[in-house]
Ligand binder design. Structure first.
Ligand code: NDP
Length: 792
């Protein structure tokens, strides 16, 4: 018989299985298969696919493969339910959300067991993390339902939302999608992942129990083709997607030009940075939560451990010791730390990537010990000897595999952390608050955890930078994704001007018929006037067809130079908002001082009356003052998340923005796009009105005399479609605003899929007198949530 001292030494745990009796009974009651949930009831099951328990390989259910017709029925149901649901008072919607939250809580244990059986995650996690957070999301958003009207005046629900979720947090992702959508007054069609549809179907039962009106939530099960049908459906107003970057890109392309609102929460390869002054024992526990939580099948997993060289070996030794105590096995055992991988195909993917890494020279370490004989299991793995360029350091493995690298200086740590095409999250460990916050400010990630990791809360936004997608889930910023601003009230008399056909004229020279001085307006790049790479220019014609000047015909190469100049000017984003405000005031004053000249130019180009031209200039001046005022006032928030955490939501500039201006309102359109973008700290590359570019080229001297640093505003004149395409294709452009034709918007959105830049497209004509406000500032920034703990 074992002595107590032996037990204490080995800390062997006896089995402590959670009962799956109720889940088995529930599954048995659905042994004929699950149908879709449409219009408040379950449809008869159709062609079924198997759902397996990853820990055993056993088939546990048959679920209907959704067809395009099924998706159509669900979308129709959602559309039918929309007017009544969006017309309910916020309080009435709140009551429904509270009811959903309570019913989730009532079934907490059942849902946790079902999630573990379906996904393979340890019961400890589904019970203590996933399901409580699900309830929290519904409670939190019940509150938002009551507050949306007063907190988001001038906004309305988007409409019918198609929501596609992955298999790693099936019920939690459902809550992240459905709760804000419903709170804002939308109706939804949700497609769960093929591997893990069961908790969504259990949630459908909860919708019935809780008395949710039919059609508000619809659930269609199936594989990727079902998701694609939902994306393609014409009556869907918004797609919210969480999953791989590859599919996110396909969805961006499929929705291009459709006017569907889009949010994408994609993959990651997040850094977990340990400085030499970190509390190493805490950091080791952090690593466990960062990469072995949920078997590493976490989009924001801290999968790249970046350790200060001086403590790296010590840290690895501690990690190895800790890994030897991780228990891998039965997800339903309460003492299991690491459960099963979701499916054989995912296990193969992990194995293949690690094998490839080993072939490239990586060294792997695993704690001794056997894995369960059946089911999909992969041991916690520590990988050393990798280069930043190697496969394992770059690719999202989505498994319990930690890759390590070292750094010597804080700058090197930042450079390594940012050396990824992703930017979802980052975790930093140091006892030095200045260092932690500096890292948080400089890392390209949507969520930063200081001395902590993998913390989530309904009140905080979650979502990525770069190829990790755009849009946020959770918090005020997440709710905004489910609302649209009402169209401006004023109506414009302007007609959308067809893009002019620009005839290339060789070289520089006077406009035909003009006096013989070189009047060609050049491009404006890096604070200097530059001749276009093509060597060509084009005539700017007034409405009667008479030439009023010449403008440079910019091309892809000019856009490249302009992006380079904008990138070099990035310290503008780090300047104090006060500084930026002062510069914008100066721009406004200098524009005002030259109001007559600008009005004359508008009159000459567009044929506007002097009164109209003056009004346009005056509005442009007021608008510049407006954004100067806002430069230091569009600030962030401290979200009320957990106790002993300050969760800062910071509005950060994108970096380099491309702005494609309308033909109408050549000065006001230009100012309306440029000023909010630079007020927020972006550097911009602007394609001004192609038909009437001379207000923008006259602006060079306003910029020069107003202390706008070189490279902050770069202006490339020429054909809008060519320049828009070059900006959309350019990986160095982080966000792109486009105003123009429907075809132009479609082309820009499709091309932007390559680096998943955020786009904002608007179709001309707009009433530019009305085009100002917080929405422009929101679109000129992305929110970074920084979780900062306090207390010993
Ligand atoms: P996917 O991106 O394929 O799946 C996510 C969701 O999208 C699922 O519901 C899926 O359906 C659906 N889907 C698949 N193809 C399409 C399509 N063309 N149009 C619309 N919806 C579609 O991820 P996988 O499950 O294939 O996982 C592959 C890899 O992606 C993982 O190894 C991991 O690296 C990454 N991943 C990242 C996640 C994240 O949270 N960032 C989550 C999951 C995976 P179905 O499940 O039926 O295929």
């Amino acid at each position: 018989m074992a002595k107590i001292t032996d037990i204490l030494r080995t800390m062997e745990y006896g089995p402590s299985p959670e009962s799956d009796e109720h889940v088995r009974a529930w599954l048995a009651s659905h042994r004929d298969g699950f149908g879709h949930f449409v219009s408040g009831r379950f449809l008869k099951p159709g062609a079924l696919f198997d759902v397996n328990n990853p820990a055993t390989g056993e088939r546990i259910a048959g679920v209907t493969q959704g067809t395009a017709a099924d998706v159509d029925a669900a979308v129709r149901a959602a559309r039918k339910a929309l007017p009544k649901w969006s017309g309910l008072s916020g309080d009435a919607r709140a009551r429904h959300l509270y009811a959903l939250a309570r019913h989730v809580q009532k079934r907490e244990r059942f849902l946790a067991v079902l999630e573990s059986v379906d996904n393979g995650k340890p019961i400890r996690e589904s019970r203590d993390i996933d399901v409580p957070l699900v309830a929290r999301h519904f409670y939190h958003h019940a509150g938002w339902a009551s507050l949306t009207a007063s907190e988001f005046p001038g906004h309305r629900p988007v409409g019918v939302c198609g929501q596609i979720i992955p298999w790693n947090f099936p019920l939690l992702m459902l809550a992240w999608k459905i709760a804000p959508a419903l709170a804002a007054g939308n109706t939804v069609v949700l497609k769960p992942a093929e591997f893990t549809p069961l908790t969504a179907l259990a949630f459908a039962e909860i919708c019935i129990e809780a008395g949710l009106p039919p059609g508000v939530v619809n659930i269609v099960t199936g594989d990727g083709s079902t998701g694609a049908a939902l994306v393609a459906h014409e009556a869907v107003d918004k797609i919210a997607f969480t999953g791989s970057t590859e599919v996110g890109r396909a969805i961006r392309q499929a929705t291009a030009g459709t006017g569907k609102k889009l949010s994408l929460e994609l993959g990651g390869k997040s850094p977990f940075v340990v400085f030499e002054d970190a509390d190493l024992d805490s950091a080791v526990e952090g690593v466990v939560d960062a990469i072995w939580f949920n078997q590493g099948e976490v989009c924001c997993a801290g999968s790249r451990l970046l350790a200060a060289e001086s403590i790296a070996e010590k840290l690895y030794a501690k990690l190895r010791a800790r890994m030897a105590h991780l228990r891998v096995g039965d997800p339903l055992d309460k003492s299991t730390d690491v459960g099963a991988i979701v499916a054989p195909v995912q296990l193969e993917r992990i194995t293949r990537l690690v094998d490839q890494g080993v072939r490239e020279g990586a060294k792997i370490w695993r704690a001794p010990g056997a894995l369960p004989e059946r089911g999909c299991f992969y041991p916690p793995t520590l990988v050393t000897d990798v280069e930043p360029a190697s496969t394992l350091a770059r690719e999202e493995i989505f498994g319990p595999v930690l890759v390590t690298m070292t750094f010597r200086t804080p700058d090197e740590a930042i450079a390594l952390a940012n050396n990824s095409r992703y930017g979802l999250s980052a975790s930093v460990w140091t006892e030095n608050v200045n260092r932690a916050l500096e890292f948080a400010a400089r890392v390209k990630a949507g969520v930063v955890w200081i001395n902590s990791t993998n913390l989530f809360d309904a009140a905080a936004g979650f979502g990525g930078y770069r190829e990790s997608g755009f849009g946020r889930e959770g918090g005020r910023e997440g709710l905004a994704e489910y609302l649209v601003a009402d169209a401006p009230k004023g109506r414009t008399n302007a007609k959308a001007l067809a893009p002019p056909a620009l005839t290339a004229l060789p070289g520089q020279g006077p406009a035909p018929g003009a006096d013989a001085i070189d009047r060609t307006a050049k491009l404006y790049i890096g604070g200097k006037q530059a001749r276009p790479d093509s060597g060509y220019c084009y005539a700017v014609l007034d409405p009667k067809g008479a030439a009023v000047g010449l403008a440079g015909l910019g091309n892809r190469k000019d856009v490249r130079n302009a992006v380079e100049a904008a990138t070099k000017a990035s310290s503008w984003g780090a300047a104090t908002a006060h500084n930026r405000a002062q510069v914008l005031y100066y721009v406004a004053e200098n524009l005002e001082a030259r109001a007559t000249e600008f009005a004359e130019r508008l009159r000459a180009m567009t044929g506007a009356s002097l009164r109209e031209a003056r009004e346009e200039v005056e509005t442009a001046v007021r608008r510049t003052f407006y954004y100067a005022g806002f430069a230091d006032k569009y600030d962030g928030a401290v979200h009320a998340t957990r106790t002993r955490f300050v969760t800062l939501a910071m509005n950060e500039p994108w970096g380099v923005m491309g702005l494609v201006c309308p033909n109408e309102a050549p000065l006001l359109g230009f100012v309306s796009l440029v000023m909010p973008a630079i007020a927020m700290g972006n550097c911009v590359v602007v394609a001004p009105s192609a038909a009437y570019p001379l207000s923008a080229t006259d602006f060079y001297s306003v910029l020069d005399t107003s202390d706008v640093p070189a490279g902050v505003v770069n202006i490339v004149t020429g054909d809008s479609a060519t320049l828009a395409k070059a900006l959309a294709d350019h990986d160095g452009v982080d966000a792109l605003w486009y105003v123009g034709s429907a075809e132009g918007a479609k082309a820009v959105e499709a091309a932007s899929a390559a680096n998943l830049k955020a786009t904002w497209t608007r179709q001309a004509p707009l009433d530019w007198r009305e085009a100002q406000g917080r929405e422009f500032l929101r679109r000129a920034t992305q929110v970074k949530n920084i979780w900062t703990p306090y207390g010993e």
